[in-house]
Design a binder for this molecule. Structure first.
Ligand code: GAP
Length: 469
């Protein structure tokens, strides 16, 4: 049976992965909180990315501030064009993204088998360059509001997605600042600082993980499109002419990251952009097949010299590179890898979910890669006497110093295993009578459910080997 998003949302709440923000006040749309298990999963994803991307010779790390000089967003083009075309229905008062409404209509035509009409409308949508053209398409195709069923539309207007606030006590135009809608610009404006302080030579990159904010109109599909989210971005600065080679390189590296963390490969695909952004020379998305359909997880872009040139123009400070060997001075091209940490959390959570028949019963299991699993080990003492609890708590505290570990004494061992399966804990260890005789414990593997006996003092090495690295 196909996995529904509701199943994931309800497991995420029940087991403490994800909660609705401000739930006791009715929640806040497009914002989510990470519970005890969720925060571990998120941190493990970010840690894996950080190690992979910045623990190498040619990439430096950065943590830029969320609030930046407002001119940054003029230079980047966000003030002028980081907006969505919106349309309101006057009867239902519901606001929609105009292009999404048209896409919905195309979907309906396809379902009815009217492929020619669907292709024709898709071509018109691709060609529609401004709000007026989108509005005309909605009128021509008599597209109705899914809520009220009417065509009682306002015109299509552009709606900027940046959150605005004010710096200092005065709410006036001169004090306007924005919550950053992407982490990338913090990297571009620090190009000279990082280059000079790290003494890197081109090609080199700068990586950053941090919160971004977008006033998305339609927040939907759980963590997929939210107003506050985390990004993991890396900008790789290269010599013009070498950009295509590095674009290929980063496409492959980023694909392999998902593969190596155990993502189901049939649920991943590379999708080149049909329309390129104004700054891009080439762009591809790594998409994942979520329960609601295919959606972007990561973008890999060849941004040419657009960003550094624009910041040079707007700040008056040269952002360029001097190559000793050739005595050439140039504005580097940028290959960008941009992935959502929050969106990846949703993808890894969804991808790990399984319902399996075991001895006539259904077990729910999260088959996370051990590197990503919130808890690495659960310690389960079997008998509450003869020094076994003492042995178990000592083992628990020893392992906990290195790996997040859970201690559980309540209920039959079968039930304790099931609870850990549902939390995605890859290993459970039991302490039994034999432990006191020969110092060995059992280790049960979450996926195969097989058990082996190993010396208790070998458990750290065992987990380390399974996690890898
Ligand atoms: N600097 C380029 C950039 O920000 P993007 O495609 O707009 O590119 C990169 O964003 C990634 O950030 C996306 O692939 C997605 O994983 C994540 N992302 C973007 N908007 C998001 C949102 N509203 N909610 C959750 N994740 C989002």
């Amino acid at each position: 049976m196909a996995l529904s998003l509701d199943t994931i949302v309800s497991l995420a709440k029940r087991r403490g992965f994800i909660f609705q923000s401000s739930e006791i006040y009715g929640g806040l749309n497009g914002c989510w909180d990470y519970g005890p298990l969720g925060v571990e999963l998120l941190r493990n994803i970010k840690e894996s990315w950080w190690r992979e991307m910045t623990y190498r010779d040619d990439i430096e790390g950065l943590d830029a501030s969320i609030l930046m000089h407002p001119r940054v967003w003029e230079a980047s083009g966000h003030v002028q064009s980081f907006s969505d075309p919106m349309i309101d229905n006057k009867t239902s008062k519901v606001r929609h993204r105009a292009d999404h409404l048209i896409e919905g209509e195309i979907e309906k035509l396809r379902k009815k088998g009217r492929t020619d009409r669907a292709d024709e409308l898709q071509a018109k949508l691709d060609a529609a360059g401004d709000p007026a053209a989108l509005f005309q398409l909605i009128l021509d195709n008599e597209i109705k509001d899914p809520v009220s069923g009417t065509s009682d539309w306002t015109e299509v207007r552009q709606f900027n997605l940046m959150f605005k606030t004010h710096i200092g006590p005065l709410e006036e135009t001169a004090s306007v600042v924005y919550l950053r809608p992407e982490t990338a610009q913090g990297i571009f404006v620090n190009f000279n600082n990082v280059l000079q302080s790290s003494r890197q030579k081109i090609p080199f990159g700068i990586g950053q993980i941090g919160k971004s904010f977008r006033n998305e109109i339609n927040t939907k599909n759980f963590l997929f499109r939210t107003r506050e989210f985390e990004q993991m971005e890396m900008q790789f600065f290269v010599k013009p002419g070498e950009d295509e080679k590095w674009y290929e390189y980063w496409r492959e590296q980023r694909w392999n990251w998902f593969r190596d963390l155990g993502m189901t490969m049939e649920k991943l695909r590379m999708k080149p952009h049909a329309k390129l952004a104004h700054y891009a020379k080439a762009a591809v998305d790594i998409e994942y097949e979520f329960p609601f359909g295919w959606g972007e997880l990561e973008g890999i872009h060849n941004r040419s010299d657009f960003d550094l040139s624009r910041h040079t123009e707007y700040s008056g400070k040269k952002l360029e590179y001097y190559e000793e060997a050739t005595k050439e001075r140039f504005v580097p091209y940028v290959i960008e890898t941009a992935v959502g940490a929050s969106r990846s959390t949703m993808a890894f959570l969804t991808d790990a979910y399984r319902e399996e028949e075991v001895n006539g019963e259904t077990r729910t299991v999260l088959r996370f890669h051990p590197k990503l699993a919130p808890y690495k080990l659960a310690v389960l003492p079997l008998i509450n006497r003869d020094g076994m609890p003492e042995f178990a708590t000592k083992l628990y505290h020893d392992v906990q110093r290195k790996f997040k570990t859970f201690y559980d004494t309540s209920g039959a061992v079968g039930r304790r295993y099931r609870r850990q399966d549902e939390a995605g804990t890859p290993f459970c260890t039991t302490i039994d009578g034999q432990t006191l005789e020969d110092g060995t414990v059992t280790v049960r593997d979450r996926d195969s459910m097989e058990q082996i006996r190993i010396p208790a003092d070998g458990i750290m090495g065992y987990i380390q080997e399974k996690i890898g690295g």
